[in-house]
Structures are given as structure tokens and as C-alpha cells.
Ligand binder design. Structure first.
Ligand code: AMP
Ligand code: GLY
Length: 406
């Protein structure tokens, strides 16, 4: 099987690394890729947001499967173009990806499918926003309606700040605050059925003890030994199946991964957000533990042939994100990185790196994902942090409490 992966971050490095390990995958390509991905795949300098360029590359390479990593190409219609050109594609259509691309569309689907989520109002004027803030009370949750790379959500006790965020966006969703630990469940979908991956958790705040601004994610781990029994089955029954059923009723069959971000509230699990792609950095730890060969699994989703639930290895995986100086406000780029060699139980995935004068340098906010694994969470955590300690990058920072708190 010849596979083309679209994207250039740590999630795509993890996807490529696992695809490379699948004996069914004979050729692996990635566009545009990154210096880490180059070690396992042939990379191509193609604009991942350009449907014609991506479909053209798939045609030239005569691939059997295109796997789309990030949300932006999905929302730009890349999966539609790839399917129209005759290729199997892992990733929902542009219209189905609106489950992530528009918070108000996601709310509409959840309401129609009776899926548990926070009560909400969609607001376009300051007066509407002010009324919604007062209806739900503090803490206030204000979400930019469109894609905002994990930075469009403000959660605050400060009504003025909440209103200022609403004013800065064209359209916002204001909703009730959901209390309780957050978990991620990814469901692989083939257009009619869905199967779950293992539960994972990510750490969104920039600094230790959940302080500082929201980020794209500073670390993750899987499995969740503390999660209630039967949670996965409950989420599949109450959330995933009704949601994809509602999308199908609207003529939007869902093929790809449905990312369910959940809050475990006292009244049961409720949806915080849906995404139309694999979560980053949860995917990095999930794929470390996935035993079922990835190529066959993604191909089954793309061709409507999903079968049994994916199988995971015992043990735990922990991911620590190494970020550049100034991330998330104003990341500094171009710093040389050293100490990237794997150890017996940990390795580095590249998230935001580039080549410069023969050396690997930082090229983004979240630069590296360090993955540790072991028989239990504590050994996996130690393995990850031991390798983080070997990495040299001027000004870098990381959280020191990943997988110690929930
Ligand atoms: P989202 O982009 O919707 O995932 O929001 C980013 C983060 O904001 C989430 O991971 C939560 O930590 C927080 N958040 C979003 N919605 C809510 C809510 N209704 N109640 C509490 N926290 C929320
Ligand atoms: N882990 C958060 C996200 O992928 O949106």
C-alpha cells in the first residue's frame, strides 16, 4: 500500500512513524513534512491547503491512500478534491469537517442529536453577548465561532475580558461552564460505523498546575487508569453514534476521526468540543500504544470497511511538549536543537523544526514532542522527562507536571 500523509507537525510525524511500522505499507510519502518525518517518509514541498496541488501529488505518486492530518486542509476542501480525483482518503469532507470548523454548527448537530453538551447561545452583537454572559454567569466561556488553532476560547471570571473577546470576534458561541476533568476520545469512522481508540488526556495550559494561557497542548498521556469503567462505551452510545447518525441524515457521512473533547461533569460526560482530525498531542501517545497496524485501519475507514475495535498494547505512554521561548504569545524561531537521539524507552517526534545550515532548528511554537513509554504511567513519565533533560535548545520551556495531575 502506498500512502501519502498531509501535514507537518508532531501528529503527522507520529502517523508516519506508525505507518512505516505497518508491513502492509510499502511506500510512505508526506507533504510538506518536516526534518523528523524525512527519516521515515519521502517529503514533497506541496502546499497542504491547496486541493489541486494535493490531488496532483497523489496522482503523480499513484498512492492508494491519502491521510489528512490537520483541520485546515479539511476545511479547505482537500479531502473532497482527493476523492474526486479517485483516491481513498482518510479525512471528512469539507462540509462534514464543519463539526470542527464552526462551533455553532457543532452545537446545532448536538442539539438535533440530543448529545449532552453545555447550553449555549450564538451571538453576533455585543448586546446579545452581554445577555448570554449574564444568562450563564461566571466562569464565562466565550468561543470564536471559526477555526482558531486552539486559541479562540476564553474562559474567565472577568466579565469585561469575556465581553472584550466577544467584541473581537465576528460571531461567538457563549456557553455554560462545564466542571470536571477533561478527557479525549477519538472515534475512527468509515461513513457508517465507528470504533473507539483508547482514552487519553492532554494538558492545554502553558504552565505547571494549569496556569497561564491555553495552548495547542503541552503534553498528554494514555491510558487513563482513573477513568470510570464503561466510559468509552457510554461516549460511543450517547455521543459518537448519535452525532455521526445526525450528520448522515443531513447527507454528510463522516469518514475519518471524530475527536470528542469531554468534560466529566457530575451529570455525566458532556462534549466540550468536536474536532474533525486526530488530536495533537494525544495522537502521539495513542499511536505509541496502538497494536493494530495503522495503514490497514485508516484504509478501512476510507473505504467503508471498518471491522473490529483497534487493539492497544498494555502499558502507558506520556508525551511532553518542548516549546520555544515566548510560546504561546510570541514564539522565537531559529534556535539550534541538539540531543534528539532516542533512548531505550523514549524518542523525539518533530513538531515545529526546520533545517538551517545543516542543523535542525526550531521553526514553531511547539517544537518537539518527547514520548516515553513503560509498563505504567510513572515509568513512562520518567522515561519522557529523562530524554527531555538531554535536549538542548536555547530558551525552551516545558511543563514538569504532565501525567502527574488530571
Ligand atoms: P475548545 O477549543 O472548545 O476545546 O476549548 C478549549 C478549552 O477551553 C477546553 O479544552 C476547555 O479547557 C476550555 N473550555 C471550553 N469550553 C468549556 C466549557 N463549556 N466549560 C469549561 N471549560 C471549557
Ligand atoms: N489536543 C488538542 C487538540 O488537538 O485540539
Amino acid at each position: 500500500m502506498r500512502v501519502l500523509v498531509i501535514g507537518s507537525g508532531g501528529r503527522e510525524h507520529a502517523l508516519c512513524r506508525s505507518l512505516k511500522l505497518d508491513p502492509q505499507v510499502s511506500e510512505l510519502h508526506c507533504a510538506p513534512g518536516n526534518p523528523g518525518i524525512e527519516e521515515v517518509a519521502t517529503v514533497h514541498p506541496v502546499d497542504p491547503l491547496d486541493p489541486e496541488q494535493v490531488a496532483g501529488l497523489a496522482t503523480r505518486l499513484r498512492v492508494d491512500l491519502v491521510v489528512i492530518g490537520p483541520e485546515a486542509p479539511l476545511v479547505a476542501g482537500v479531502s473532497d478534491a482527493v476523492r474526486e480525483a479517485g483516491f481513498a482518503c482518510f479525512g471528512p469532507s469539507r462540509d462534514a469537517a464543519m463539526i470542527e470548523g464552526s462551533k455553532s454548527f457543532a452545537k446545532e448537530i448536538m442539539t438535533a442529536a440530543d448529545v449532552p453538551t453545555a447550553r449555549s447561545r450564538t451571538c453576533t452583537t455585543e448586546a446579545e453577548a452581554a445577555a448570554a454572559l449574564d444568562e450563564f454567569g461566571a466562569p464565562y466561556v466565550v468561543k470564536d465561532d471559526g477555526l482558531a488553532a486552539g486559541k479562540g476560547v476564553v474562559v474567565t471570571e472577568d466579565r469585561d475580558k469575556a465581553l472584550a473577546h466577544a467584541r473581537a470576534c465576528e460571531r461567538v458561541v457563549i456557553e455554560e461552564y462545564l466542571d470536571g476533568p477533561e478527557v479525549s476520545l477519538f472515534a475512527l469512522c468509515d461513513g457508517s460505523t465507528a470504533v473507539p481508540l483508547q482514552l487519553a488526556q492532554d494538558f492545554k495550559r502553558a504552565y505547571d498546575r494549569d496556569q497561564g494561557p491555553n495552548t495547542g497542548g503541552m503534553g498528554s498521556y494514555t491510558p487513563l487508569p482513573w477513568a470510570p469503567d464503561g466510559l468509552t462505551e457510554q461516549v460511543m452510545r450517547e455521543i459518537v453514534h448519535p452525532t455521526i447518525g445526525e450528520l448522515t441524515r443531513r447527507g454528510l457521512p463522516y469518514q475519518g476521526v471524530l475527536y470528542v473533547g469531554l468534560a466529566l461533569t457530575s451529570k455525566g460526560p458532556k462534549v466540550v468540543e468536536f474536532n474533525a482530525r486526530f488530536g495533537d498531542p494525544e495522537t502521539q501517545v495513542l499511536l505509541d500504544r496502538l497494536e493494530t497496524p495503522l495503514g490497514g485501519l485508516l484504509m478501512a475507514c476510507a473505504t467503508g470497511e471498518l471491522g473490529l475495535d483497534p487493539v492497544f498494547k498494555a502499558g502507558s505512554a506520556v508525551c511532553v511538549v518542548v516549546a520555544s521561548e515566548g510560546y504561546p504569545d510570541s514564539p522565537v524561531k531559529g534556535d539550534v536543537i541538539r540531543g534528539l537521539q532516542s533512548t531505550d524507552n523514549a524518542y523525539v517526534l518533530h513538531a515545529g523544526t526546520a533545517w538551517k545550515d545543516g542543523e535542525i532548528v526550531s521553526a514553531g511554537g511547539r517544537v518537539l514532542n518527547v514520548i516515553g513509554h513503560g509498563p505504567d504511567q510513572e515509568s513512562a513519565r520518567r522515561a519522557a522527562y529523562e530524554l527531555v533533560g538531554r535536549i538542548e535548545m536555547r530558551g525552551s520551556h516545558h511543563r514538569t507536571d504532565i501525567a502527574t495531575v488530571k
